[in-house]
Structure formats: C-alpha cells, structure tokens
Ligand binder design. Sequence first.
Ligand SMILES: NC(=O)c1ccc[n+]([C@@H]2O[C@H](COP(=O)([O-])OP(=O)(O)OC[C@H]3O[C@@H](n4cnc5c(N)ncnc54)[C@H](O)[C@@H]3O)[C@@H](O)[C@H]2O)c1
Length: 248
Amino acid sequence: MRLESKVAIVTGAAGGFGSEIGRIFAREGASLVLADINHRAAESLANELKAQGTKVVAVSVDVGDEKQVYAMVNRAMSEFGQVDILINNAGMGRGARIQDITLDDWNQLLRLNLTGTFLCCKAVIDHMIARGYGKIVNMASICGQTARPVGVDYSASKSGIIGITRTLALQVAPYGINVNAIAPGPVATQIFERNWPKETVDKLKSTIPFKREGTPRDIANAALFLSSDEAGWITGEVIAVNGGAFIG
Ligand SMILES: NC(=O)c1ccc[n+]([C@@H]2O[C@H](COP(=O)([O-])OP(=O)(O)OC[C@H]3O[C@@H](n4cnc5c(N)ncnc54)[C@H](O)[C@@H]3O)[C@@H](O)[C@H]2O)c1
C-alpha cells in the first residue's frame, strides 16, 4: 500500500473529487481527516470507510475561517499525532461575465478557493517542518493555466493557487516537503451542475481531444501519485489532468 502509516487531510472531502480521493487514499492505507463544510456528507463517507477498517474522522470546517482551519489541524494532531499529506481541494466555481460578478461574489469565491488554500497550508506547515516530511497537493484548474469561458474570479483564484504552489514549494523544499498542484480539465461533478450553464459546460467539454469527460478517479489517481514517495523529487509542479484539453 502506497500510503501506509500516512495521515492525510482532505478538504472538500464530501464533493466529487474529495470523496474519490478519500476512497483511494483509504484503499492505499492512509488514515484520514475528511474536512468539509457539508459535515453530514463527510460523516457519511467517514462511516463508509470506517466500516472497511480505515482510521478516519470527519471534521466540519469552513476553509476560509482561520480559527476553524487551525481547529481542523489540531484535531488531526490530537487524533493521529501527525499530518503527512494535505489535499487542498475545497472550492467553488462560477461562469458569470465580469459585469455580473459583484464585489461580494468576488470576495466569497476568493475567500474559499484562494484564502482557504493559503490558510490550510499555513496551518499544517510547522507540523510538517518539525517532522521533515510533508506532501501538499493543491487543486488548481485548467482555468488557472489558460483562458476558458469561466468567471474571472474563478480563473484568478486558480492562477493564484498555482502561484502559492510554486512559491511555497521553493520555501519548504529544504525541509523535505513537496508542494504540487493538479490542474484538472472539465469533470462532471456537482460544481459543474451547480455553477455553469449547460452551454459553458458543452463548450468546455468540446475542447477535450481524448473525446471523453474526465472522471473523479482520473483526478484522485494524480493526487495519489503526488502524495506518494514515488513523487519525492517533484515539487512546484502543476500536473495537467485534462485529456489533452490544454497542452502548455
Ligand atoms: N469538476 C471540475 O471539472 C473541476 C475542474 C477543475 C478544478 N476543479 C476543482 O476541484 C475542486 C473540487 O471540485 P469538485 O468538482 O469535486 O466540486 P464539488 O462541488 O463536488 O466539491 C466541492 C466540495 O467543497 C466543499 N466546500 C464548499 N465550501 C467549503 C468551505 N468553505 N469549506 C470547506 N469545504 C467547502 C463542498 O461542500 C463540496 O463537498 C475545486 O477546488 C474545483 O475548483 C474542479
């Protein structure tokens, strides 16, 4: 098993990508902190995995709230005594024109996608430095790498996540900590149905040369690789998982 004796925090763990990451990490032997603002759904996944023998806790967290983020990391430490892996996956999307994005909309999205990533990295980093080991995987997007028909708030947040990934990777490499990002192309999860009109989704999907939609498994497999010791000499990297939709 590739994550045996490792402890992983997964944010947005109740969602499409997060729940698949939770299942694959459990199968690979990790102990898990499933963190989500949707506590009921995170708890239901935790019960499913517990029944299969995984050590797991569900934690209710708003990743944009510093106190709650530190409480989440403290819970991981008190429950398991270490944090080896952080998957910064919680996020939301939007497809509006710039004229239709209010300042409140902008602040709400940036708070979740970008500030949430910053706070979670900040809260785990001293624990990882103390052990001289850590893997951080941030969920960026194809929309942070190149132009796509989405909201500027979303693309700004995902470009920002790529910036955090590269700069933090440089800062913490001397402590044995890898920081990488995944840039998924379009994958049908609730984020799509909830936030983008069908026309935008169809436009995004039409750009995939592999002629199939991505699946949460495609994304979770990349998260597993980047969280494993097989990726030990990779840092500051953005792995595109997009069926060829953007080859940069
Ligand atoms: N689905 C795609 O095509 C796609 C493509 C590129 C990037 N992404 C990114 O992947 C990540 C996961 O997306 P998904 O498709 O699984 O979406 P999803 O909507 O299925 O899951 C998102 C999860 O985040 C949780 N969440 C929302 N606000 C939160 C908060 N304040 N604190 C903690 N948790 C919160 C939700 O409850 C949900 O469980 C997001 O960051 C998204 O931007 C998705």
